[in-house]
Design a protein around this ligand. Structure first.
Ligand code: ADP
Ligand code: MG
Length: 314
């Protein structure tokens, strides 16, 4: 159905506009159907009205935007793959690992091992599916400049992987501010057209937003922009059958807006869009505790794991 139709099947789209669309990275109907009119107009240099018509046409052609039967949804969910965390207990908490087509949020205080978990997921994703990997390349959006290739080498070596080959499959971009971070998701979409990307990491999702939108009056705007960003990420997850892992630092001291130190930044917005939320904290004797907070189909619970030189372990 969707796969057989091309951009030229959209009413009002001839070869010239189809070419503009493809040049702008809109390579299939679904990508157009989920685009925002403003973005599409700007990137293809066409009017906004025309962009809206194209998007509506693509929605009809791609047969999305309507209701689906339970069996259709089940069919799509059959494509879901799972990514191991490297810890049995942690995987069990998640009924086998992190699910594709979803956003998984890791939140916790500074030093709670959010970034270490991300490194491990990146390495694991490059492994074959038989080993709990996704046999895929990885995109990391690094907003805190904490990516350390040396850690990737350590973890890959421990797993018996070729460290250089592993590093070559991990594509990292620094995000310098929140707008840049949003743009990088578009870039990631383009990159994912040229290679299989089943894992995208945003570490941290919220730090730029937190630093830039300061003061009570900016809160609504921050949430709105963050909301759009989350939906871009969810689109990426759906279009690429990918896992999206994001981190979110909670303030050790009470936050001026939210009060409660264990409440993550972004509050309801991030929480409602993320499919899984995992609270990380330090335990005794170098242990780390992961608590599943919110899941559509799994019970709440906790898992204990370790962060070692070799990576995440039981
Ligand atoms: P967060 O991103 O939540 O702020 P990190 O993921 O950076 O936290 O976690 C930092 C912790 O990871 C350190 O406190 C340390 O305990 C652990 N860690 C980092 N590197 C290593 C290593 N090479 N060996 C063992 N533990 C490490
Ligand atoms: Mg970190």
């Amino acid at each position: 159905m969707v796969a057989e139709k091309t951009l030229e099947d959209i009413p009002g789209v001839g070869p010239a506009i189809a070419e503009k669309l493809r040049e702008a990275g809109y390579n299939d109907l679904l990508a157009i159907a989920v685009a925002s009119p403003g973005d599409l107009a700007e990137r293809c240099e066409i009017g906004e009205k025309k962009a809206m018509d194209i998007i509506e046409g693509a929605k009809l052609c791609a047969d999305i935007g309507g209701f689906e039967t339970g069996s259709e949804i089940l069919e799509r969910r059959k494509e879901i793959v799972k990514l191991t965390t490297g810890s049995k207990a942690f995987d069990e908490l998640l009924a086998g690992g992190l699910e594709s087509q979803s956003i998984v949020e890791f939140f916790g205080e500074f030093g709670s091992s959010k970034t270490q978990v991300c490194f491990q997921l990146a390495v694991n994703a490059t492994m074959p599916e038989e080993r709990g990997g996704l046999d895929s390349d990885v995109i990391i959006i690094d907003s805190e400049n904490t990516f350390r290739p040396e850690r990737i080498v350590q973890m890959a070596t421990y797993l018996g992987l070729d460290p250089d080959a592993t590093l070559a499959r991990i594509h990292v971009a620094r995000a310098f501010n929140s707008q840049h971070q949003i743009l990088l998701v578009e870039k990631a979409m383009e990159l994912a057209q040229t290679m299989k990307v089943r894992l995208m990491i945003v570490d941290s999702l919220t730090s730029h937003f937190r630093a830039e939108y300061v003061g009570r009056g900016t809160l609504a705007e921050r949430q709105q922009v963050l909301n759009r960003h989350m939906h871009d990420l969810l689109n990426f997850a759906t279009l690429n059958n990918a896992v999206i892992a994001v981190t979110n630092q909670v303030a050790a001291k009470p936050d001026a807006f939210f009060g409660d130190p264990t409440r993550p930044i972004g509050g309801h917005i991030v929480g409602h869009t993320a499919t899984f939320r995992i609270y990380l904290r330090k335990g005794k004797a170098g242990k780390r505790v992961a608590r599943l907070i919110d899941s559509p189909n799994l019970p709440e619970g906790e898992a204990v794991f370790m962060v070692t030189e070799d990576g995440i372990k039981d």
